[in-house]
Design a protein around this ligand. Structure first.
Ligand SMILES: [Zn+2]
Length: 491
């Protein structure tokens, strides 16, 4: 069904949260990552409502405290500390995170405040041990271009990620504290989108800008998108957790039609927060909250932003991924498809590091489709670093291996990331092949199918059969030469 968005009066905007790729958490010295270890222990807490700075007790907090819930928190040796459990005041803000946030703000044409003031936002579900989330405005009043027109960026915040929920019961909730305090950037836009495709483009564009910094965490759960939708006669509805870009137009369309049902019946649409499901449908989550309950974080002094610092940051802004992609197409003659894949893989840094002496096309294919294939076949490619790729492309350049051997080598390296390259070479595809081995293989292949000698181009067919046997343990050029020699010998 085609919807007339203009007539419906569609207004839509987004809010994006993405984790920053810093070494440390935002307000303590903990490692900023999810723990691979078993929890050190589990601590229990209860929540008590106390008066805020202005002397009043928050109604929602008081109501929640009455439930007398127990919160269990898993703590870890390297990813949690006394600040994480709210037993010690926060440390000063992580400057690495602040700089990334300010660069993002500049890339989105925002104004940076003169002073960064950390605020507390009340959180009553126990997902933060302190009872509030720390958040700081780093940019406002920016904009981003879309094919449909400009969209205003209202605010950019740097804030703490919440603890990760493990299990929720009626009387108690279990959280894992490793995620608490990982720096997040939150980007909010005005409801300037007038078409569902514009919302998708907007999310895509902001995602591209975030990735261009090379300083955001990517992968499942590292980026979270919320979309707000309203139509004429309806109201502003928030769709939480829209999982993928491709589902955005569908989710917006479905929300328009849901509100339209009420509008047609002349009924009021209740403002609410809805959870977006993977297929674009949504379900009720909770009523729309009032304004954020924000008040100053008195444990952290404000940070003055000096203009010299800001000018320096401006000079260090990274090249946008989309510009870099076009440059790769022009400079290295990559296909637009491979260049785009390379850009979204986040491996452009690795590409630039190796392209000085590797064939750009082979390198780009290795860093995109070959790696995907190797991962699908069960290898943990997160174990591979730039040294592994350097070994492979050095060997390729010296003619020690054929490009067909790359997938096997990557697999071996992912399994044994600390192993010497010579050992990897031996293990991959069952050992190396010497020149004399190669001649034997060629002879065996020709012997097994002598009839092919009489065909039009026997070299090509034998070559294919021999390559299957050699499985990349020998450069293709040399194999071809051996095959041609063997055929010549027999004529
Ligand atoms: Zn900590």
């Amino acid at each position: 069904m085609k919807l007339d968005y203009e007539k419906l009066g569609l207004k839509s905007g987004i809010e994006i949260h993405q984790q920053l790729d810093t070494a440390r958490k935002l307000f303590c010295n903990c490692k900023s990552r999810l723990s691979q270890d078993a929890p050190l222990r589990i601590i229990d807490r209860k929540m008590r409502a106390v008066a805020g700075e202005l002397g009043a007790v928050d109604v929602a907090a008081a109501r929640e405290a009455l439930k007398n819930k127990v919160f269990h928190y898993s703590i870890y040796p390297e990813e949690t500390c006394l600040t994480c459990t709210d037993s010690e005041p926060p440390h000063p803000m992580n400057m690495e995170a602040l700089e990334i946030g300010m660069k993002i703000a500049l890339m989105l044409n925002c104004t940076i405040p003169d002073e960064i003031q950390v605020m507390r936002k009340t959180v009553i579900d126990g997902s933060n041990t302190s009872g509030f989330q720390r958040t700081a405005l780093v940019g406002m009043d920016g904009w981003v271009d879309t094919k449909f027109g400009k969209v205003v960026i209202t605010d950019i915040m740097i804030e703490e990620d919440a603890a990760k929920i493990i299990k929720r019961n009626t009387a108690d909730v279990h959280y894992s504290l490793d995620r608490l305090g990982i720096p997040l950037v939150e980007i909010g836009t005005a409801p300037d989108c007038r078409h569902p495709e514009q919302v998708k483009e907007l999310a895509e564009k902001i995602g591209m800008i975030l990735k261009s910094t090379g300083k955001v965490k990517t992968g499942l759960g590292k980026i979270r998108q919320d979309v707000n939708v309203s139509i004429k006669g309806g109201t502003r509805i928030e769709l939480k957790g829209v999982q993928s870009l491709s589902i955005i137009p569908e989710a917006v369309d479905r929300e328009i039609m849901r509100q339209q049902l009420y509008v047609d019946k002349k009924e009021k649409v209740t403002p609410e927060v809805r959870k977006c499901l993977p297929d674009g449908r949504s379900e009720f989550m909770r009523p729309m909250g009032g304004g954020h309950r924000l008040y100053p974080e008195t444990d952290i002094p404000p940070i003055r932003i000096d203009r010299v610092w800001l000018d320096q940051l401006r000079l260090q802004l990274p090249e946008l991924l989309e510009d870099r992609t076009s440059r790769y197409i022009a400079e290295y003659n990559l296909s637009p498809d491979i260049a785009k894949q390379l850009a979204s893989s986040g491996r452009m840094g690795l590409f630039e590091y190796l392209v000085e002496w590797a064939d750009p096309k082979v390198l780009a294919t290795t860093l995109t489709s070959t790696l995907t294939q190797v991962r699908r076949e069960g290898a943990d490619i997160s174990k591979l670093d730039k040294n592994h790729f350097r070994e492979i492309f050095r060997a390729l350049k010296k003619g020690e291996i054929a490009r067909e051997a790359i997938p096997e080598l990557l697999k071996e390296m992912a399994n044994r990331p600390r192993e010497k390259f010579q050992e990897i070479l031996k293990a991959a595809a069952g050992g190396t092949v010497s020149e004399s081995d190669l001649r034997l293989i060629v002879k065996k292949v020709v012997d097994s199918k002598p009839g092919l000698l009489k065909t039009g181009r026997p070299e090509k067919v034998y070559m294919g059969l021999v390559m299957k046997e050699v499985r990349g343990r020998f450069p293709g050029g040399k194999v071809m030469k051996a095959v041609a020699e063997e055929i010549k010998r027999r004529k």
